[in-house]
Design a protein around this ligand. Sequence first.
Ligand code: IPM
Ligand code: MG
Length: 358
Amino acid sequence: MHYNIAVIRGDGIGPEIVGEAIRALDAAAKRFGFTLNYQDVLMGGCAIDKTGVPLPEETITVCKSSDAVLLGAVGGPKWDTLPGHLRPEAGLLGIRAALGLYANLRPAVLFAPLKDACPLKAEIVAGGLDILMVRELTGGIYFGERGRTTGANGEEAYDTERYSVMEVERIGRIGFEAAKKRGSKLTSIDKANVLESSRLWRETMHRLAKEYPDVAYDDMLVDNCAMQLVRNPARFDVVVTSNMFGDILSDEASMITGSIGMLPSASLGDGTLGLYEPIHGSAPDIAGTDAANPLATILSTAMMLRYSLNQPVAADAIERAVQKTLEEGWRTADIAAGKEHIGTRQMGDIVCRMIETA
Ligand code: IPM
Ligand code: MG
């Protein structure tokens, strides 16, 4: 088999971590007998610098005709003062929308060898931790009407949270289907005690729940969820929520797995095309210093192999390789808990070696 991958290296640590992820993909391709072709396209700050816009048309065209998109991270202080629609982040939201990728899967797994990097007390995570966050990705307040106006007290700004039944249903189904394949438990997160959009969300989820009698379903308010994630994270199996709540809660969930540098993600729509990226940002403070953790991006390639390229055996091998690397004690600074650590490149080297045999 041969696959075409669009590659958006992005800004900050993006190019470094994507470099290692590509080496991991190539190692898997070599071992499992398929080939990959990579085409670099621009998005984010580097696209602004070269073309004046964060998401050039050509990038959308190339991504649409690819089997999958691999993305590093975008953004940085250099572009922070640009108007909203010209910021790197607008490119990221734009590409997700342009490709119809409404479902963002963010697995938060505590690898056993990283128990020390988890900031929670050992007894809280004694039974391990394996949560799948399903974040709605192309609706809600990140895409709603926003603007500036003048009110009674002078200048004002507003953003709008808006969800249709259709949007809730399709992300809800992804949550239920995912739960069926895992621990058969789904928790939907909202703020239905205050927000009308959340009340519609909850009603819709309750209707859907009747179609999935085998999945244990419950709702939880977002503030309570933020608390339960550190009090009793093992109570969660699959979590489904809106764009903004998912953005916030997935960062929290990532930290209890040791580091935000460990969490991969897959953004999916109705077809097989997907976009794969770590959930962390571009970390401009450590860019170019060989200090970034490439594991979240490498684990994202495993998700790509599983969801877009139908190479589940290669996906398993990459995940096993990461597991073994951690078991052998290799750590980048973010997961070293103050102990000895290695750089981005060496971490990539070791994972690639493991992929050959894992
Ligand atoms: C993420 C990021 C992005 C988001 C930013 C960079 C726009 O935080 O993927 O979680 O909010 O979706
Ligand atoms: Mg985020």
